[in-house]
Design a protein around this ligand. Structure first.
Ligand code: NAD
Length: 488
């Protein structure tokens, strides 16, 4: 069965190219998918344009669009096992994590299914009896949705669900490394009754299949989640046609632990913050800032537990975390660690490729702790996106805030302290989009997600997530028109 979904039909690439997908955990073959080129993407854009300009979807009652999303949520629950398995095979992540993700994805469709009708517009009081005036919300138009490989279907859901709820049509381009759950989602949208041309899928590499989405005049909005360099390039490419651009980019997220933190909680969460999914999480707490008095005891315990973390493939029930996504990504992580050591960091654990049964054929890299780091090191400033924790010391509130904010990123971070007032003061001064106090990583679809500074522009989830996909129109109606006579 072909894998590109364009104008309500499944088909292969115009030049018949394909790509083989292999599992990062052991190199086993997962499947072969069709690989779009630029011409396929241009056809998908044309289909989305027609469906928006001539089709019924943008003016379908919001309640009906919402019902469709709720049907998709039910289908996601029905297919949870197959979806979780496919996600784990493409990414190498533990099956149990993929299962959590599918639950979150169904919740996301539920949330935007209900949200579709939440805000219909408002009447504006003009003070003139012969005028009625209202503000209404309309879809933006054709949306390009471009997603990464670390949470493939979750990041896709955060875009597809609000885009459809608001009445847009779209072209989705998932990461070329992890295409299978996007294909499955399109089959579910088809089954739920999404009209032809409303939802289109192209698979393939960014520079070929993705590039037309950023500069094509028939695309109205680009919503992108991925790396900073790609985000900058897309923003520049979209400038020529002044598209709306929503970017969810990287992070180098501080995890601030004060000496008065609850020790057990802070250690446990510092480990999850950075080593979950082998650090391939945009909100990973990869920068540990520990207050002087606690530093030695805290880092010793982190190192002791990090050294024991068990690596393994998606179906190894004893594994605590999995491989990196690709050979190239592992080399990038290794290069960051090497540079950190050259710049004076102290290696406390990890730092060498693991070997042994079940590990030799995958792209594994161990939990690695670099102590005695400083804010000028590249391993502290840039996103390695791997299981690498850098440790910096601080003394007092002001220095914690100064170090935490000394970064171009501003996605997420945490404060651990038993002093509630202090934690709140620090949270208020952090220039980041999500601050956890005595916690790390949780989110709910009804809250907002997005970054300050170069972590992005725009928001996902919550009411603002839906607002990204809406235009706001003011309609002024004169109920008693009469000539003004200004020009005779
Ligand atoms: P990436 O930037 O390499 O790729 C992301 C997507 O962009 C892929 O689909 C890719 O094919 C596509 N792409 C690449 N070049 C393109 C081009 N010229 N035109 C159009 N599309 C193009 O990122 P990645 O390596 O897949 O993902 C990891 C990054 O994603 C990390 O930096 C991580 O922090 C970030 N991320 C951010 C969030 C968030 O919510 N802020 C969430 C998840 C991941």
């Amino acid at each position: 069965m072909p894998d590109l979904y364009i104008d309500g039909s499944w088909r292969g690439a115009l030049d018949e190219r394909t790509r083989e997908i292999r599992c990062p955990a052991d190199g086993s073959r997962v499947g072969v998918v069709d690989e779009a080129g630029g011409k396929d993407t241009v056809e998908a854009i044309a289909a989305a344009r027609r469906a928006f300009d001539e089709g019924a979807w943008p003016t379908t009652p919001a309640a009906d669009r919402g019902d469709l999303l709720l049907r998709v949520a039910d289908l996601l629950v029905r297919d949870k096992d197959a979806l979780a398995r496919a996600e784990s095979l493409d990414t190498g992540k533990r099956l149990v994590e993929s299962e959590y993700d599918i639950d979150d994805i169904a919740n996301c469709f539920h949330y935007f299914g209900r949200q579709a009708t939440a805000e219909a517009g408002r009447v504006v009081e003009t003070g003139t009896p012969s005028v009625d005036s209202r503000v209404v919300y309309e879809p933006v138009g054709v949306c390009a949705l471009i997603t990464p490989w670390n949470y493939p279907l979750l990041q896709t859901a955060w875009k597809v669900a609000p885009a459809l709820a608001a009445g847009n049509t779209f072209v989705l381009k998932p990461s070329e490394l992890t295409p299978h759950t996007a294909i499955h989602l399109m089959r579910l949208l088809e089954e739920a009754g999404v009209p032809p041309g409303v939802a289109n899928l192209v698979l393939g590499a960014g520079p070929e299949a993705g590039a037309p989405l950023a500069d094509h005049p028939d695309v109205d909005l680009v919503s992108f989640t991925g790396g900073l360099a790609t985000g900058r390039a897309l923003m520049a490419a979209a400038a020529g046609t002044v598209k709306k651009v929503a970017l969810e980019l990287g992070g180098k997220n501080p995890n601030i632990v004060f000496a008065d933190a609850d020790f057990e909680t802070a250690v446990d969460m510092a480990l999850t913050a950075v080593f979950l999914h082998s650090g391939q999480v945009c909100s990973a707490g990869a920068r540990l800032l520990v207050e002087d008095g606690l530093h030695d005891r805290f880092v010793d315990e982190i190192v002791r537990r990090a050294s024991r973390i068990r690596l393994g493939g998606p179906f190894d029930e004893r594994a605590q975390t999995g491989p990196l996504i690709s050979a190239a990504h592992r080399e990038k992580v290794e290069a960051y660690v090497a540079r950190g050591l050259a710049e004076g960091a102290v290696l406390r654990c990890g730092g060498e490729r693991p070997t042994g049964p079940g590990l030799d054929d995958g792209f594994y890299y161990p939990p690695t702790v670099l102590d005695e780091c400083s804010g000028d090191m590249s391993v502290v400033r840039e996103e390695s996106f791997g299981p690498v924790l850098t440790v910096e010391r601080f003394s007092g509130e002001a220095e914690a805030v100064r170090l935490a904010n000394d970064t171009i990123y501003g996605l997420a971070g945490a404060v651990f302290s038993t002093d509630e007032a202090k934690a709140q003061r620090v949270a208020a001064r952090l220039r980041i989009g999500t601050v956890w106090i005595n916690d790390f990583h949780p989110y709910v679809p009804q809250a907002e997600w997005g970054g300050f500074k170069q972590s992005g522009s725009g928001r996902e989830l919550g009411p603002s997530g839906l607002a990204e996909y809406r235009e706001t129109k003011h309609i002024w109606r004169n109920t008693d028109p009469s000539p003004q006579g200004w020009f005779g």
